[in-house]
Design a protein. Structure first.
Length: 487
């Protein structure tokens, strides 16, 4: 926890250069006014849409302080989400103004939940991908202050969250890493290192092994690249008896040009983030292992670059996937589903209790749900509700879309078992999910998370700054925690 600079204390101690963040739920302070220094008297002034309400700056017994007060009450977001945003803004303010430290006093029955939100606002909200910048961003220490009675519970939650947030930030950095650096081999070795450090057993399939395993989808999509494809398999086995086995599968396209069905130039640079599904499932598994959750987890990530060049696959090609099912390629830009077909077959072969795949699969899901909400599909309504319930806790949003069978009609191919496009672009996220379902046995609980919109962007997303967002990691870990032990 030391590296993040987040701490929870039971006493407010103001130092020179501190920023004191006072938060309100409407007119109700979320801190105990009596705990503040007698010279600080928050006065509420006119509310200006969600911005800071009162600013007190000056000397306090010789100390330079900045006191910011903000109302977290808002109709469009929950209090905890607002807290994450407020803290991330306070961190930015400290960096701008040269302030040293942030103190957030909290009291009342929401204090433990809110201190977790302060933690997230500090560690995820304060994170910046600065590897290639001469000027590095400063870590701003943040302290939440709770009552002595709540200290133990708040700190124990923070110890767990520190692990999750660390893995989220590792995922974000790998997503932000450009494709000239983050090749399939680089991603595989990053996974190997992170996996080993977390206690996973990691196996990497190279091209030869992929050939032996008949992974026709992965080999075709990765065929044009000068950097060969990989498939990484990580295994976490808890020490005690595990009731359940969860398999996580993530799309890992290190860069998606579209192949011969070339993408338009605008926004193509974002396609370095087309491996965000792989990053999400892998780093979530690392967190699950470090938290020692009592369930078996296997993580499978096919890694390829969808490039253009000699050896590239073409529209019209027919591929044989690992299961033996043949696919007619109508469009080389619908590549994610081809590599997932092989990976899902590996997953199903393990006969797990459930499979979750996570992928930046379709632009259609972004059109449908925008940049903050991911699409969820499942053949098991209980699994879908469990994922939604977990996401309500983490603040990541998922919306269930239907696996509407009639839309699969268009996928029937004249020359192969299935085509990778349904003829027109309507309902593209649903069609893609129906395509994947072909590799899922009927009696296997499965969910598909299409996170195309929410994984990356130059814009700030809630409390998360520019670059990779690590979307899905928190929810996968929360889901695994809830599902562990159940039969
Ligand atoms: N990686 C893209 C999907 C995507 C789009 C991710 C926008 C993030 C932002 C995927 O491989 C793709 O190209 N999908 C095509 C499918 C189409 C050809 C059926 C799409 O959505 O346009
Ligand atoms: Mn594509
Ligand atoms: Mn893609």
């Amino acid at each position: 926890m030391a590296k993040s600079g987040f701490k929870i204390e039971s006493k407010l101690t103001l130092r020179d250069g501190d920023l004191l963040l006072l938060t309100f739920d409407g007119s109700k302070p979320l801190f105990k006014a009596a705990d503040l220094h007698p010279e600080i008297r928050p006065v509420r002034s006119e509310k200006r849409d969600q911005s800071w309400v009162t600013v007190y700056a000056g000397k306090l017994s010789g100390k330079r302080l900045l006191v910011l007060a903000t109302d977290l009450k808002s109709k469009d977001r929950e209090l905890v989400q607002q807290m994450k945003i407020a803290v991330s803004k306070a961190v930015a303010c400290c960096r701008r103004e040269g302030l040293r430290r942030i103190q957030v006093p909290l009291s009342g029955n929401k204090a433990i939940k809110l201190s977790a939100a302060v933690h997230e606002g500090a560690v995820l909200g304060g994170h910046c991908f600065d590897r290639y910048l001469a000027k590095k961003t400063r870590i701003v220490p943040v302290q939440a202050v709770v009552s002595q009675k709540q200290l133990g519970a708040a700190r124990s939650k923070a110890r767990q969250n520190a692990i999750v947030f660390q893995e989220v930030n590792s995922g974000r950095d790998l997503i932000s890493e450009p494709a000239n650096i983050a090749t399939p081999a680089f991603i595989a070795s990053t996974f190997r290192k992170a996996g080993k450090a977390s206690g996973l057993q990691v196996t990497v399939w190279d091209r030869k092994r992929l050939e032996k395993e008949n992974c026709g989808g992965v080999l075709a999509v990765g065929g044009a690249s000068s950097v060969p494809p990989r498939m990484v398999i990580g295994r976490y086995r808890p020490t005690g008896k595990a009731a359940r086995h969860l398999v996580l599968v993530g799309k890992g396209v290190s860069f998606d040009t579209g192949g011969y069905s070339l993408k338009l130039p605008s926004g193509m640079g974002d396609m370095k983030a087309d491996m965000a599904g792989a990053a999400a499932v892998f780093f979530a598994t690392c967190a699950i292992a470090r938290l020692k959750l009592p369930l078996k987890v296997t993580v499978i990530t096919p890694l390829v670059e969808n490039a253009i060049g000699q050896g590239g696959f073409r529209p019209g090609d027919i591929l044989k996937t690992r299961s033996g099912k043949t696919v007619q390629v109508d469009n080389t830009d619908a590549e994610g589903r081809l590599i997932l077909a092989d990976a899902l077959d590996v997953a199903a072969g393990m006969k797990p209790d459930m499979v979750l795949d996570v992928a930046t699969l379709t632009g259609a899901s972004v059109v449908a749900l925008g940049l903050e909400i991911a699409a969820l599909f499942s053949n098991d309504s209980r699994l879908a509700s469990a994922i939604i319930a977990a996401s309500a806790e983490t603040g990541e949003m998922f919306w269930e879309l239907p696996l509407y069978r009639p839309y699969a009609k268009g996928l029937r191919g004249p020359t192969a078992d299935i085509r990778n496009l349904a003829g027109d672009r309507w309902g593209g996220a649903i069609v893609a999910a129906l395509f994947l379902q072909n590799w899922i046995p009927e009696d296997l609980s499965w969910a598909h998370l299409d996170i195309a919109g929410s994984v990356f962007g130059d814009k700030i997303l809630c409390h998360l700054g520019p670059g990779g967002k690590g979307f899905g990691i928190k929810t996968l870990v929360e889901f695994a925690g809830r599902t562990a032990g159940k039969k």
